[in-house]
Design a protein around this ligand. Structure first.
Ligand code: COA
Length: 266
């Protein structure tokens, strides 16, 4: 099938195909590449198209600019969501990230800066992560009075282990690139100017292997983690419930008003 990716018009992502690699760039630099609903839908659409596209052998997913890969879900967009809207957001976010995780062609996240909240969950759904030396990672949702909603409670524990995942999920602390490498959150740390080249080097090697074997390896490894389906459902329901809590309103408003949050436990 011919590649039609670059003919599709997207608003919030840039999509370019070159040498059998599809480059997807989140293009909301002024908002730290925050993932609003449209951006997630566009990423899903671009990734799903690759499933059937024999001209593409792998994906590099990155963020525009030098500051952020993606600084999370769009806080301004979801700050006033109802419980139902929050649950739907989480459900759809899980579906987008599953589309990446289950992609039969390797997806590499090229993490060029902040990888926070939903942005880090997006990065964790990729098969391989490469970051620049100045990348910073974290799940700061507890600062907003909410929890990760795009499988962060599941994938962070899978990648770095339960004890370390719980520490970062509970404190919201940021993780620098070297620490991320040491814990297995990323596969490689490289200077910023070598980030894309490193991802291309990995994909060019994988491109020489049998595509059916590559797809099968991804499927087999993923099957191991599918046993954790209940954890995902718990997260979707609990995330949605936060949209009915006073602390969530306080946390998101505090962020938007650039002041510290004052949580009451409601
Ligand atoms: N959602 C919506 N907007 C966001 C955002 C997000 N997750 N992250 C950053 N932005 C916006 C800011 O509101 C700001 O917009 P403005 O210029 O209209 O005021 C712009 O991006 C630049 O961010 P700013 O906070 O001014 O930059 P900074 O250098 O001071 O801080 C971060 C960078 C990434 C540390 C900070 O933006 C941050 O903490 N972001 C939120 C991270 C988060 O909690 N993510 C989890 C969401 S579930």
């Amino acid at each position: 099938m011919e590649n039609t990716q670059t003919e599709t018009t997207y608003q919030n992502i840039l999509v370019e195909a070159k040498d059998q690699i599809l480059y997807i760039t989140i293009n909301r630099e002024d908002k730290m590449n925050a993932l609003n609903i449209l951006t997630l839908a566009e990423i899903k659409s671009a990734v799903l198209a690759v499933y059937q596209d024999s001209s593409i052998r792998g994906i590099i997913l990155t963020g525009k600019g030098t500051r952020a890969f993606a600084a999370g879900a769009d806080i301004a967009e979801f700050a006033n969501f109802t419980v139902e809207e929050g649950t739907r957001l989480s459900d759809e976010g899980h579906a987008v990230l599953r589309a990446i995780d289950n992609c039969p062609k390797p997806v590499i996240a090229a993490i060029n800066g902040f990888s926070l909240g939903g942005g880090n969950e997006l990065a964790m759904s990729a098969h391989i992560r490469v970051c620049s030396e100045k990348a910073k990672f974290g799940q700061p949702e507890v600062n907003l009075g909410v929890i990760p909603g795009y499988a962060g409670t599941q994938r962070l524990a899978q990648l770095i282990g339960k004890g370390r995942a719980l520490e970062y999920l509970l404190t919201g602390d940021m993780i620098d690139a070297q620490k991320a490498l040491q814990m297995g959150l990323v596969n490689h740390v490289v200077p910023a100017e070598e980030l894309i080249a490193k991802c291309e080097e990995i994909l060019n090697k994988i491109k020489t292997k049998a595509p059916l074997a590559i797809a099968s390896v991804i499927r087999c490894v993923n099957t191991f983690y599918e046993k954790k389906a209940d954890g995902n459902l718990t997260e979707i329901n609990e995330f949605g419930n936060f949209f009915g809590s006073e602390d969530f309103i306080e946390g998101t408003q505090a962020f938007l008003q650039k002041r510290p949050a004052n949580f009451k436990g409601n």
